[in-house]
Design a protein. Structure first.
Lengths: 465, 63, 132
């Protein structure tokens, strides 16, 4: 298969080409590695390329196929992981300089293992905001990851390299993490489909943490089907992650084409409309209209939920990094360091109150899902700002940019609800819409995302590179 | 926040840095103060929401 | 005149909490007792303006006991001298997301104890559901 034909291919199309023999896995991976090398200066998405490992895996896939062995359901699909995932033989950087001194990981994260068991091919590790305490994708040590739709603009973060790599046509699939919005924000800014599953759905074993109460891992891709393919391959209880839910694997791929008519849908009002730009409101309206969703729903105390998530994140991340702040404070990204230090000084009762409030809020929001199947909300208040931008105008008031990027994502991950972000292809920059469902109902969110994609309302736009 | 509270914040940071053995450069103080002030303001909105004593915190431990 | 004398604040707070429990459990006897039994007592409610203790009691008697549970926030009690206090609180009701209730009470220490002589309860769109 000529290299040009491999460009902007979905994972599903690659699987089809490789398992039918129209393309070798080696050809796919070689083309991928060439594109990655060519992109380094322009996108700055990768921090490590696992060239030899990827080619060896590709050769193994081709050899197995030649022997007549069945191909895995992700055969030949190149993927990359945010550099907080353990990759055997690499130090797990988590976007930091400090972690360079760690011994190399001895084993891959289980999500990598599961994808490779399905014959996907790991090609490298991706840039991120230091220690994941970031919504921009900028990084003082490794440079900002750049938005393929306009490289003067940010990818968003903290899974910045994931956004750049997938939207930049380097890989069709990336694995990121999301604590307060770190999969959903780059999905929105880079025009991608992103899945933050239910808290506890995908194993976080052998990945570097940020705030244990909220850490989730999940995929970014250019189609809902590709998200479903990856997600199904990664599901399954893992005792190595204490919060991993002891649930059966619930494949979503078979449910993808189920009708969405009859689903009870509503648009989040109140808090989720305040401070949203015309693009954000317009994108949600477009999605709602396509789905026939006319109802509006208020999520109670969403502002307080965001505040509580902020407080718990500050306390947990500071506690995690305290030893490093004591001995290596100068080695941190200054933007991260000062927030971590501040978090270490929060009085305990405030953090405890936030965790109690979380139980109250969870009960209130789950009650909403008794009468509704999915809630629509903006993923970000605006499209991707310029790299280095410090302030933004929201609701007529000028506020600091960075903490406000996540205002719409934070109240949702606060209680671990599953979310699929769908990209709405606005010009000049895309923006994402969150499809929020009840715990364990990723199937409903992906089904809605797939429907929107079939109808041409949601689309991962291809950058003019 | 009042001037008094700002001064209390400065003292808190200095004292906590001492007690937590966190070396803080003077140049970092303004950003740390701004961050802590913002976080405390958010924390105040959480704490002012009166919840019952017997409401269980979200994380539940299984022995 | 001393403002917020600790023992006075404590006494008013106890009366306030006593009223709160009575309100959410629809304890009519306590509610009627804590409002001053006088024709000059006034209560502006959510959808009614009530003049005199008898009108307030009549309203209570016919009110549905459903949906009275609420979460309070920012309760402020200020006392002036030994016989006068104002109690203000915000409240949120389940199922009324996006709205905040305000309750303001004027408490006076009468020979029979602390009593509410005037009260106002109203609901607005929550202005605090906004950005930091």
């Amino acid at each position: 298969m000529p290299e040009a034909m491999l460009a902007w291919q979905s994972a599903a199309a690659i699987v089809d080409a490789v398992s039918s023999g129209r393309s070798s896995a080696v050809a796919v991976i070689e083309a991928t590695l060439t594109r990655i090398d060519a992109s380094a200066a322009r996108l700055n998405a990768f921090t490590a390329v696992t060239r030899e490992r990827a080619l060896a895996k590709a050769r193994a896939i081709d050899a197995a196929r030649a022997r007549g062995a069945p191909c895995g359901q992700l055969a030949g699909v190149p993927f990359a992981v945010k550099n907080l995932y353990d990759v055997a033989g690499l130090a797990t950087l988590a976007g930091s300089k400090i972690n360079r001194r760690l011994p190399p990981a001895t084993a891959d994260s289980p999500l990598i293992t599961r994808l490779e068991a399905a014959d996907a091919v790991l090609v490298g590790a991706l840039n991120m905001g230091e220690y994941a305490y970031d919504f921009t994708g900028e990084n003082a040590h490794y440079g900002a990851s750049r938005n393929p739709h306009d490289p003067a603009h940010m990818t968003g973060g903290s899974s910045g390299g994931c956004g750049g790599a997938v939207a930049g046509d380097l890989v069709p699939l990336a694995l990121g993490s999301d604590t307060n919005g770190s999969i959903r924000v780059p999905s929105s800014f880079c025009g991608l489909f992103g899945l933050k599953p239910t808290y506890g759905r995908l194993s976080r074993a052998r990945s570097f943490p940020f705030a244990a109460s909220f850490d989730h891992l999940g995929p970014l891709a250019r189609s809902a089907r590709d998200l479903a393919l990856a997600y199904d391959a990664m599901q399954g209880h893992d005792t190595a992650d204490p919060v991993s839910a002891a649930r059966q694997i619930e494949p979503v791929l078979p449910c993808l084409d189920l009708a969405t008519r009859g689903l009870r849908l509503a648009v989040a009002g109140g808090y989720f409309r305040r401070g949203a730009s015309a693009e954000a409101i317009g994108a949600v309206a477009r999605v709602a209209a396509a789905l026939g969703a006319t109802a509006e729903i208020e999520i109670p105390q969403a502002a307080r939920a965001r505040a509580a998530a902020y407080v718990i994140t500050a306390a947990e991340s500071a506690s995690l990094h305290l030893p490093r702040l004591r001995s290596e404070a100068h080695e941190f990204d200054p933007a991260v360091r000062d927030r971590l230090i501040a978090g270490a000084m929060l009085p305990a009762p405030y953090v405890m109150a936030a965790q109690k409030f979380r139980r109250w809020y969870r009960e209130q929001v789950l009650r909403l899902f008794q009468s509704i199947d999915a809630i629509l909300a903006p993923a970000t208040p605006f499209t991707a700002p310029r790299i280095g931008q410090q302030r933004v105008r929201l609701d007529g008031v000028e506020v600091p940019l960075r903490p406000n990027i996540g205002i719409f994502t934070q109240p949702i991950s606060f209680i671990g609800l599953p979310v699929v972000v769908v990209p709405v292809p606005l010009a000049p920059l895309p923006i994402g819409v969150q499809i929020i469902t009840a715990p364990w109902r990723e199937d409903v969110a992906l089904r809605i995302a797939h429907r929107l994609e079939q109808d041409g309302v949601a689309l991962a736009p291809r950058p003019a590179l | 926040m009042s001037d008094e509270t700002d001064r209390a914040l400065e003292s808190l940071i200095a004292a906590a840095a001492e007690l937590l053995a966190l070396p803080i450069e003077p140049a970092w103080r303004p950003a740390i103060e701004a961050n802590l002030k913002a976080t405390l303001q958010l924390a105040a909105t959480v704490v002012e929401f009166e919840l019952a004593d017997d409401l269980e915190p979200a994380p539940v431990f299984n022995a | 005149m001393e403002l917020d004398a600790p023992d006075v604040v404590a006494a008013v707070r106890a009366a306030f909490e006593h009223y709160e429990v009575a309100l959410v459990t629809n304890d009519l006897a306590t509610l009627d007792t804590l409002f001053h039994a006088d024709p000059r007592t006034i209560r502006y409610g959510i959808a009614e303006n009530l003049y005199g203790h008898a009108a307030v009691a009549a309203f209570r008697a016919q009110r549905s006991p459903q949906g009275l549970a609420r979460t309070r926030a920012k309760t402020v009690i200020t006392t002036y001298g030994r016989d006068f206090a104002v109690a203000s609180t915000l409240f949120y009701r389940d199922g009324a997301a996006g709205k905040v209730g305000r309750q303001m009470q004027t408490w006076v220490r009468l020979p029979q104890g602390w009593r509410i002589v005037a009260a106002h309860v109203s609901l607005i769109d929550d202005p605090d559901q906004a950005l930091s």
